[in-house]
Design a binder for this molecule. Structure first.
Ligand code: TXA
Ligand code: MG
Length: 341
């Protein structure tokens, strides 16, 4: 299949119309959102949604997020909108917040992977919204990467992973937030954060009396990564090691591995980078500005190629604000964590 790329797509042009036509013909099209690029398909058409799973190599038991252009579209997908969910929509939509509610079964069955619930969000991106309005369909859209790879924050990343496997890519330039949406389950009395993301726990606490983080998240972060889990999530080409410690400690780890003959790549904040003299180093912004780190993180994870680098070392970040999402992704991407005692 030839993948069509619409470069410099704008909100009201023929690219949107053409991309929408592809979607109505049950093809899959990648489009930018404010978080990462999504791989869209008509959420009401099982055959279309099936193409998402095939293109990504995604396990069929992992449900997809349905994107909508307005709240009226939500009414058509769920039994009822719980008051808390409505409050969150009013406060954070359009934006990087996905809300889980009880499905009424009108989305294709493979969207929800057989669950009774459905994940819905309204993206804050003019191209995504224009595409949703032009198709007038809810669009199922996971991140537009091959399963297991870091999510794409540019159209080039999508092209690297999915060229020849999807009908088209709407190029809207780099995405802004850089990590995916926060997933909040609103089917329970107290809402539960299932995945930390662009809307922070602190943001949610400003409007909700109580919100909890799924305890499974913390457990996964603490348990050591087994080698078999190596390349399952957000994985760069070379194995990623997280280094949790002072600058000197990081420097020593880097030197030790280099002396052992490993070609070491480093992903570091501006602050740490300034302290390290190392040839293969990617800076991903200031430690004082976690939003900037989030924006550049996935691009950095894609940068080092296994032809040049054996091990990637990356520093750890505070888990406040969007730092929770950054550390969640880094922990999943890493095969090892080295801690200074
Ligand atoms: O920012 C984002 O959310 C991006 C952009 C493209 O919108 N999308 C995205 O989709 O990250 P994906 O498929 O990569 O991640 C969806 C997450 C998965 O962890 C999935 O298991 C969870 O949402 N999810 C979807 N439906 C669910 C449901 N009914 N219950 C619980 N989790 C659900
Ligand atoms: Mg994903």
């Amino acid at each position: 299949m030839e993948t069509k790329v619409w470069n410099e797509a704008i909100e009201f042009d023929s690219s949107i119309k053409e991309a929408a036509q592809f979607l109505l013909n049950k093809q899959v099209v990648a489009f930018p959102t404010e978080t990462v690029y999504g791989l869209g398909a008509d959420a009401t058409q099982e055959a279309a949604v099936q193409r998402i799973f095939e293109a990504k190599g995604r396990p069929s038991d992992n449900p997809l997020i349905v994107h909508v252009a307005d709240k009226d579209q939500v009414e058509k997908l769920v039994h009822v909108i719980p008051p808390i969910a409505r409050q969150l929509m009013d406060e954070f939509w359009p934006g990087p917040l996905t809300i889980i509610m009880e499905s009424n079964g009108s989305a294709a069955e493979n969207v929800t992977a057989g669950l009774s619930t459905i994940a819905i969000r309204m993206p804050d991106h003019p191209l995504a919204l224009a595409l949703l309005r032009t198709t007038d369909r809810p669009l199922a859209a996971p991140s537009a990467n091959r399963s297991g790879r870091p999510s794409p924050t540019t159209a080039e990343h999508v092209f690297q992973d999915l060229n020849g496997r999807i009908a088209g890519i709407l190029n809207g330039g780099p995405t802004g937030v850089g990590v995916e949406s926060t997933v909040v389950d609103c089917t329970t009395e107290i809402p539960v954060i299932l995945r930390p993301g662009g809307v922070t726990k602190e943001n949610l606490e400003q409007v909700l009396p109580e919100v909890i983080i799924d305890p499974a998240l913390a457990n996964e972060a603490q348990s050591p990564k087994s080698p078999g889990m190596k390349y399952t999530h957000y994985a760069p080409e070379a194995p990623l090691w997280l280094v949790d410690g002072e600058e000197d400690f990081f420097h020593d780890q880097m030197e030790k591995l280099s002396k052992q003959g490993y070609r070491v790549g480093v992903i570091a904040s501006d602050q740490l980078a300034a302290q390290l003299k190392h040839a293969s180093l990617i800076t991903c912004g200031s430690r004082e500005n976690l939003a900037q780190i989030a924006e550049r993180l996935y691009g950095a994870l894609r940068e080092f190629k296994k032809a040049d680098i054996d091990i990637i070392l990356c520093e750890t970040f505070p888990e406040t604000g969007v730092g929770a999402a950054i550390m969640n992704r880094l922990t999943k991407a890493a095969v090892k964590k080295i801690k200074q005692y």
